[in-house]
Design a protein. Structure first.
Length: 470
């Protein structure tokens, strides 16, 4: 998944620009990978933040930085050897100090301060992040930062919208994700909007299912802020089997919604589900290109991500949903790197962490050249995983069930698949790893501590309030 890898390095959010009190953040670009997740967290906690978004210093940029310092309410600097070396960081601190700003230094690691830094920083507050655990750190931050720099509203509920023409399969998709879809009783056409606040694949979500009949569509466009406003993620469902004129109608609908987002400075993630993609017939493949073109034209340059889904290809919908959620939670940044370093270090072919509902928390695939290799091998992984869950162990070459762990190995030729259940307080996470060498299995076992830690962090991200007392 090349595109996804590229997303990983993107900035966590747009810098705040406005008249309300905000925090100016100074940091060394060399520390971006450590700093961005922290900024992401502050942002999640509703702090207004200005930072340079990774833009390199340039003459015209200096003025904006200076202004941003001049008008900030609070100044945070992330300290590290790289920050101490950076003359930009130093300039920002001295300017903030000259303007009598409240300053907070956050030490990312133990860093001896040169005297000029020490002179400025020691007068102000500082936090040694490296010496605190996650929770202590969060609490300290919470206590230190004035509430006035937070947005007033409660944390934005992540509104997930399902839109598309009538009969495109929106409600079916939601039911399917909740494991409540019954082919014998397909859903009735949705009357107007159905809101749901339930878990989807084990993840708490707030869903808006916008009935697609024309009479409802007219109502949405009459009060767009009420129906489209504050959406974090939109699944736009297109029935790939429909006639051409319906596709054009769908494209018009999408265009209208995107226009609303544009005019109101909203930028939700948009996923186009080319749904009812029940088989890979030439006809459908041809339609796929047609639909892509239509939708892209409608979207202008608004980024779209396309998925082919069908209720008859059971993994297609969870794979799409997991991808979308990882975008929404900006989770990949930090964790994708961890899983990659584990994967690279033990030469795993692929590694997947999935919850018991099939939600993919993290995945790694060594085969980078073929970007979509993972998606192709996923059905295979899942069928093993289902078997593993059913405990029909006949096909496994080894199966160990102990109180503290449950492991199965499946070998074909040189390829071994290792399954493990990782137990947490209320949740079980399944690890599936594919290795090419015999010794690989043992190497993964040695990494299980790290893998479990990662899985735990991921659960905490996706399930608010999830915390296992250690
Ligand atoms: N072939 C096929 N049919 C599907 C698929 N998903 C849903 N359907 C069928 O499509 C029909 C419409 O599904 P709904 O989920 O009600 O569609 P909707 O988008 O919610 O429609 P409105 O509520 O009217 O906007 C139902 O008969 C489903 O069984 C799929 O992947 N493949
Ligand atoms: Mg419906």
């Amino acid at each position: 998944m090349k595109n996804e890898e590229a997303d990983v390095s993107t900035i966590p959010f747009k810098a705040y620009k406005g008249k309300l009190p905000y925090i100016f953040v100074s940091y060394a670009h060399a520390d971006a990978t450590r700093v961005y997740p922290e900024l992401g967290r502050l942002y999640e906690n509703r702090y207004r933040i200005w930072y340079d978004q990774g833009i390199e210093y340039a003459a015209e940029w200096v003025e904006e930085i200076a202004n941003s310092i001049a008008y900030c309410e609070f100044f945070i600097v992330f300290l590290s050897p790289a920050a101490v070396e950076s003359r930009y960081v130093w300039r920002e601190i001295s300017y903030a100090s000259k303007l009598d700003k409240k300053i907070l230094g956050i030490f990312l690691e133990e860093t001896p301060l040169p005297r000029k830094f020490d002179f400025e920083i020691s007068v102000f507050q500082n936090i040694s992040k490296f010496a605190l655990d996650e929770k202590e750190y969060e609490e300290t931050i919470e206590k230190t930062l004035p509430g006035s720099m937070r947005t007033d509203s409660s944390p934005p509920d992540r509104k997930i919208m399902f839109a598309g023409l009538d009969n495109s399969g929106k409600s079916s998709m939601i039911l399917f994700l909740q494991r409540r879809y019954d082919p014998a009783h397909p859903p009735r056409p949705t009357t107007f909007v159905e809101r749901g606040s339930e878990t989807i694949l084990g993840i708490p979500c707030l869903t808006y299912d916008l009935g697609g009949q024309r009479k409802y569509m007219l109502k949405y466009f009459a009060q767009p802020e009420k129906y489209f406003g504050n959406t974090s993620l939109m699944f736009f469902v297109v029935d790939i089997q429909e006639e051409d004129w319906r596709m054009s109608e769908a494209a018009e609908y999408l265009k209208g919604i995107i226009e609303y987002f544009r005019n109101n400075n909203q930028q939700p993630i948009i996923i186009i589900c080319m749904h009812k993609f029940d088989s890979q017939t030439d006809k459908l493949l041809e339609r796929r290109e047609h639909v892509k073109q239509l939708m892209e034209t409608s979207a202008g340059n608004y980024p779209l991500k396309f998925f082919e889904t069908s209720i008859y290809i059971p993994q297609s919908i969870p794979v799409m949903f997991s991808y979308a959620m990882s975008m929404l939670y900006a989770v990949p940044n930090e964790h994708q790197k961890v899983i990659k370093s584990i994967g690279d270090s033990v030469r795993i072919k692929s590694l997947v962490l999935v919850n018991e509902n099939g939600f993919i928390l993290a995945k790694y695939n060594a085969d980078n050249e073929r970007g979509s290799a993972f998606e192709h091998s996923f059905p295979q992984l899942v069928s093993f995983y289902d078997e593993f869950k059913k405990e029909s162990s006949r096909s496994f070459s080894s199966l160990v069930e102990k109180e503290e762990y449950y492991e199965a190995i499946y070998t074909i030729g040189d390829i071994s698949m290792l399954f493990r259940v990782l137990y947490f307080d209320k949740i079980e996470i399944y690890m599936i790893a594919k290795v090419e060498e015999k010794s690989g299995v043992q190497k993964i076992r040695e990494q299980l501590g790290e893998i479990k830690k990662l899985a735990y962090k991921l659960i905490c991200e996706y399930v608010p309030g999830y915390y296992v007392p250690s």
